[in-house]
Design a binder for this molecule. Structure first.
Ligand code: NBP
Length: 468
């Protein structure tokens, strides 16, 4: 029997669609799932008459593959990845490659890579973004691990990946060890930030200005033709326009306001704290999801704690125009924070991340794909060691010129009692970054006062303590 060139373990939405994607590119793909009936259903359904071979045991899966074997794991991050590795490992040979395509924490990828390489196997962490549709038609893939594994995988991953408008594939080698999963983690952190910014804009327009879903849908559709053009703005327009078939109301009105999370945003913030990176807006997005989850408490508090009533009485068009500018500025600031974090991580973990390459592979296929990424790519092309995206002339001016709109939207929202934590955190990041002297001198004085932690002076070298 003809051997398969590639295998997918885990036939959830991502695994099924990636298997179909790769099979459509002229490769034979062997598949395996823990629950065999899912494999049967896949073969009889979406994979029918496709170059997909079903297998029901790990020995059968391993036997069906060309060597060195290339096996993609598309299972939930965490214990499931370790369980699959433990089960499949006894059947593998030196040189075989296990690829973890899930949202694994990069430190776990480092650990698994080391452990498997010591046993002569290769382990490769490849972050995949694009959801169900991306997996099927072309995701953005962020691979990391050994160069040898990349060489063996490059052709297939390139065939499967999305292509940007210039035809460039949205996959490239990110770096050693957990570099691929690291970049995917930060991608998701930026994704959290942008989603929260959009949610706050929706709140201002809906509760504050009283705009209906249809009108907001039209507004977002129009915005998607501007510098805001991006996948998240595009799907938000669709969401606004969707009507619930049961109640004939906008579907948004019947969706419970509790945002869930799987952890990638939180990991980004935690890692930013570890490395000392300022990721204000990503942190605000994580915290905003947390407070959204406190639904029962919020409902109770809403009957006890009064505040301003959201009701905008100013110039509606002026606010709508400002909101658009404010969203653009704060999205730029979120990218600046994410890229700033990756710059620190690149040194800390010796990943040698190439910011231009990252912007390049995020241009299509992934959830944060946006026209803006072409400009980010250009910025890092011109200055590969750019300390901060804001120090690029275009981005510095883009934010500088629109900051008034962001300030106006934030103060208006605050006046109406609408929480805009992500929008205001983006502005605070900008204002802090452009301030030569922050009030941290006082913080240092306090630390020295209560803990004799000492401080440095602006006019003399050395470490000082005051008898307060
Ligand atoms: P699902 O949860 O839908 O599917 C996971 C599959 O793994 C199931 O079919 C399950 O089999 C199988 N599995 C195997 Br094989 N061994 C397992 C074990 N020991 N424990 C648990 N499950 C096992 O996942 P998904 O949504 O396709 O996502 C897969 C990975 O891709 C995750 O890491 C996710 O974070 C990441 N990701 C998802 C998206 C997305 O949009 N969904 C996007 C980007 C990345 P079973 O049938 O027996 O339960």
């Amino acid at each position: 029997m003809e051997k398969a060139q590639f295998a997918v373990v885990g036939l959830g939405v991502m695994g099924q669609n990636l298997a179909l994607n790769i099979a459509s590119k002229g490769y034979t793909v062997a598949v395996y799932n823990r629950t065999g009936t899912k494999t049967e259903e896949f073969l009889a359904g979406p994979a029918k008459n496709k170059a997909v071979i079903g297998t029901y045991t790990y020995p059968e899966l391993v036997e069906s593959l060309e060597t060195p074997r290339r096996i993609l794991l598309m299972v939930q991050a965490g214990a499931a990845v370790d369980a699959v590795i433990a089960d499949i490992k006894p059947h593998l040979e030196a040189g075989d490659i296990l690829i973890d395509g899930g949202n694994s924490f990069f430190e776990e990828t480092e650990r698994r890579t080391k452990a498997l390489e010591e046993e002569g196997l290769m382990f490769f962490g490849a972050g995949v973004s694009g959801g169900e549709e991306g997996a099927l038609h072309g995701p953005s893939i962020m691979p990391g691990g050994s160069r040898a594994a990349w060489t063996a995988l490059k052709e297939i991953l390139t065939a499967a990946a999305a292509k940007a408008e210039d035809g460039e594939p949205c996959v490239d080698y990110m770096g050693p060890g957990g570099a691929g999963h690291y970049v995917k983690m930060v991608h998701n952190g930026i994704e959290y930030a942008i989603m929260q910014l959009i949610a706050e804009v929706y709140d201002v327009l809906h509760r504050g200005v009283g705009m209906g879903a249809e009108e907001m849908g039209d507004l977002f559709t129009a915005w998607n033709e501007t510098e805001l053009a991006s996948y998240l703005v595009e799907i938000t327009a669709d969401i606004f326009k969707k009507v619930d078939p049961d109640t004939s109301q906008p579907i948004l009105d019947v969706i419970l306001d509790e945002a869930q999370q799987k952890g990638t945003g939180k990991w980004t913030s935690q890692n930013a704290f570890d490395l000392g990176a300022a990721t204000h807006t990503i942190n605000a997005a994580v915290t905003s999801r947390i407070i959204s989850g406190m639904k029962a408490e919020r409902v109770d508090a809403s009957t006890r704690l009064a505040g301003p009533t959201p009701a905008f009485s100013g110039d509606r068009q002026q606010l709508m125009d400002a909101v658009k500018e404010a969203l653009f500025v704060s999205v730029v600031l979120s990218y600046a924070q994410g890229f700033g974090l990756m710059q620190l991580a690149s040194d800390e973990y010796a990943y040698e991340l190439d910011m231009q390459k990252i912007a390049k592979i995020w241009r299509a296929g992934c959830i944060i794909r946006a026209d803006l990424l072409y400009d980010i790519m250009r910025a890092y092309d011109q200055q590969p060691a750019l300390a901060n995206l804001l120090m690029d002339d275009y981005f510095g001016q883009a934010v500088g010129q629109r900051q008034g709109a962001l300030r106006y939207v934030i103060t208006t929202a605050i006046g109406m009692g609408i929480p805009v934590y992500a929008l205001s955190s983006a502005l605070a990041y900008f204002d802090a970054y452009r301030t030569a002297r922050l009030p941290a001198n006082l913080t240092q004085a306090q630390r020295d006062y209560f803990g004799a932690h000492t401080y440095r002076r602006v006019d003399q070298e050395g470490s000082f303590h005051t008898e307060w």
